[in-house]
Design a protein around this ligand. Structure first.
Ligand code: HEM
Length: 423
């Protein structure tokens, strides 16, 4: 069955099914269901849903309305990230990086580490990195457009976020191939050629590598995130080794796949909506506004989550202390109570207060950088391509967290004048 048929069948099926029958822990659900039809039903019929226990773990709450999701994102008095912020860790009951890595640390320690890292994430600090993003994107796009066809995911988008994170961390050129190899292994626990143990080992190797680099930077600090973490003081004391290496690694975890999937999903959406491609190409919409709609439309991180610290009420429903609460950004970003015509891909949409980067104390640290990457891609595409068309079957990501495509074969028709501008 092609993915198009699967979605079509899923669409008809969604309206007749019991809401309890959607297993949100199962990655297959997202490949065989019309998820937007499913979320519409949750928002209308059961905005605070008690998901039954599954093979993956115990019961948990599912929030699908924008306002309820924002309320929980904001509220770190009643909800914690320290026992996981994704289904996989929440259902497991703990996250081994809790209290050390930003995304799974709360309170004053979180605020202090975040303040330290923010120094490297201000638009000013990122000026040089942003220029490199633009250069790298142009080089990759130019090559792909001149060849006439490419797997946009593997040949273009895959190379940008990870190289940018290496720039940010200050990973020397000579170590990059080694680190990228490890990262691929660390990510591919679900593929046939890598076992779960291999990916665990690869993750540990990455942490060891960052440990060694941090040691070197402590002696000879330069202008990069590792130096900031390795030399920074909180209450007069240096960070401990785990905090340094885990927060380096968290940039790869947080910033690689999310940005990549947005770029890929953005191009797919543009191919499916030629009038929007034309508007972008002709300069009828700004690239900045297009970036926001691509982020809303693609929502690469489908959900995040929290644990309730005490009994609390959300939308009239009592959530008990210790309960798991999941926040479905995919649904919030299509909430008809907040967005006009949410099922329309509209690059000129304004206002566009999507929650793709989360909200509140854990709001994405890399949001500026993510936007720079998508901006460089959209601006690059409209400059050097006249047309882009699908050129073979796509391959969706298999995940209950990430949404998007691993592979997107395309054919380009070059814009010769645009290409000449980059010579
Ligand atoms: C946090 C999404 C790009 C690093 C988050 C959160 C979301 C998110 C939703 C909040 C998680 C929560 O509340 O539990 C995205 C999306 C991106 C993107 C959609 C791209 C399109 C990046 C990049 C980096 C990054 C490029 C770094 C280079 C982080 C970090 C956190 C975070 C470190 C934790 C912040 C904290 O807990 O204080 N991201 N992200 N992200 N993101 Fe991103």
């Amino acid at each position: 069955m092609t993915s198009a048929t699967a979605t079509a069948l899923g669409g008809a099926d969604v309206e007749d099914r019991e809401l309890d029958s959607f297993d949100l822990t199962d990655p297959l659900t997202y490949q065989t269901t019309d998820v937007h039809a499913m979320w519409r039903r949750f928002r209308t019929e059961r905005p605070v849903h008690r998901h039954p226990a599954t093979a993956a773990g115990p019961e948990f709450w599912v929030l699908s309305r924008y306002d309820d999701i924002m309320k929980v994102y904001k509220d770190d008095d009643d909800f914690t990230s320290e026992r996981g912020n994704l289904l996989v860790t929440l259902l497991h009951g703990s996250d081994s990086a809790a209290g050390k890595m930003l995304a799974v640390t709360d309170g004053p320690r979180h605020a202090a580490i975040r303040k330290l890292m923010l120094k490297s994430f201000s638009p000013r600090a990122l000026r040089h990195i942003s220029e490199q993003v633009v250069q790298r994107t142009r080089l990759l796009l130019k090559g792909a457009v001149e060849r006439g066809e490419a797997d946009f995911a593997r040949d273009v988008a895959e190379h940008i976020p990870i190289a940018t994170i290496c720039d940010l961390l200050g990973v020397p050129e000579s170590d990059r191939a080694f680190l990228l190899g490890l990262n691929k292994q660390a990510l591919s626990s679900s593929t046939a050629d890598t076992s779960a143990e291999d990916s665990w080992l690869a993750r540990n190797e990455i942490l060891l590598y960052f440990g060694e680099l941090a040691e070197e930077r402590r002696k000879n600090p330069v202008d990069d995130v590792i130096s900031v973490l390795a030399t920074g003081l909180i209450d007069g004391k240096p960070l401990d080794e785990d905090e340094i290496v885990l927060n380096c690694y968290s940039l790869i975890i947080g910033g690689d796949e999310t940005s990549r999937l947005s770029m890929i999903g953005g191009l797919q959406a543009l191919m499916r909506h030629p009038e929007q491609w034309n508007a972008l190409k002709q300069g009828e919409v700004t690239v900045e506004s297009a970036v926001e709609e691509v982020l809303r439309w693609t929502t690469p991180g489908m959900h995040f989550g929290r644990r309730a610290l005490r009994d609390v009420e959300v939308a009239g429903q009592r959530i008990a202390a210790d309960d798991i609460v999941t926040l479905w950004n995919t649904s919030a970003n299509r909430d008809e109570g907040v967005f006009d015509a949410p099922e329309t891909f509209d690059l000129a949409r304004t206002p566009n207060k999507h929650v793709s980067f989360g909200y509140g104390p854990h709001f994405c640290l890399g949001a500026f950088l993510g936007r720079v990457e998508i901006n460089a891609m959209l601006d690059g595409l409209r400059t050097v391509a006249d047309r882009v068309e699908p050129n073979g079957p796509v391959e969706p990501v298999f995940s209950n967290f990430l949404s998007g495509l691993e592979s997107l074969p395309v054919r380009f028709e070059a814009d010769r004048e645009g290409l000449a501008q980059w010579d």
